[in-house]
Design a protein around this ligand. Sequence first.
Ligand SMILES: Nc1ncnc2c1ncn2[C@@H]1O[C@H](COP(=O)(O)OP(=O)(O)OP(=O)(O)O)[C@@H](O)[C@H]1O
Length: 253
Amino acid sequence: MITIQNVRKTFPIKGGEFVALGGVDLDIADNEFVTVVGPSGCGKTTVMNILAGLETPTSGQALVREKEITGPGPDRGVIFQQYALFPWLTVRKNVEFGLRTAGVGRDERRERAQHFIDLVGLHDFADALPRTLSGGMKQRCAIARAYAVNPSILLMDEPFGAVDALTRVRLQEQLLQTWSQEKRTVVFITHDVDEAVFLANRVVVMAARPGRIVEIVDVDLPYPRTEELRLSPAFTALRNRVWSAVYHQEPIA
Ligand SMILES: Nc1ncnc2c1ncn2[C@@H]1O[C@H](COP(=O)(O)OP(=O)(O)OP(=O)(O)O)[C@@H](O)[C@H]1O
């Protein structure tokens, strides 16, 4: 369970302070898939950085299982838009990396890495170097690497932002397949309204100046989410609702 309680975050700027988050409250249940969508600068990455333990709130609290987040930890895996793979290591070695750091023995490392490499569909590329992989494959490798250390929470900041539209759709389906087999709590940031609705149990819509939550939309659609579902009236209705919440935000005085 993640609890965000009245979190404010300000940054000093010339002549005062900039309010990046002006009081954010959110509870996320274990194994829930939450997406966060909103215009540029509304504070999505700031929320993520606070959950990752890379930033601290100016006031308010962020907690995991009732314990205040005080820094990064193995209970939270972070996946960014840039792949952040080690270019000199093969897929397998990249996935094993965190396990090695955690002191997991060789055989178990192998086994766990192989499990997640298979799960993200990179079986045939386990011994390939990142530069020989497509963008989508690199991102699947990053997902396998995050999963391998067995965090209960995955924090994903625009992970599919750098790939083409078709690959993006495939990656969404792949991620949901992985998640349905290995449930984790996922907080997933995106600019893409379709992606936000397709993936989530709940879509959190944020607005800027100050960064805040303006609406939370329950996505009451069954998993597995399929292409057919993506084209259904129920999906379109939810997508339109989220779209309106994002793009028809009242400018505030
Ligand atoms: N270190 C900092 N110093 C000053 N301002 C900052 C700092 N970090 C973030 N901000 C400001 O806080 C606001 C929120 O930034 P954040 O990166 O969280 O937004 P975002 O919603 O993730 O945006 P985008 O979608 O463009 O990535 C922005 O206006 C940004 O300029």
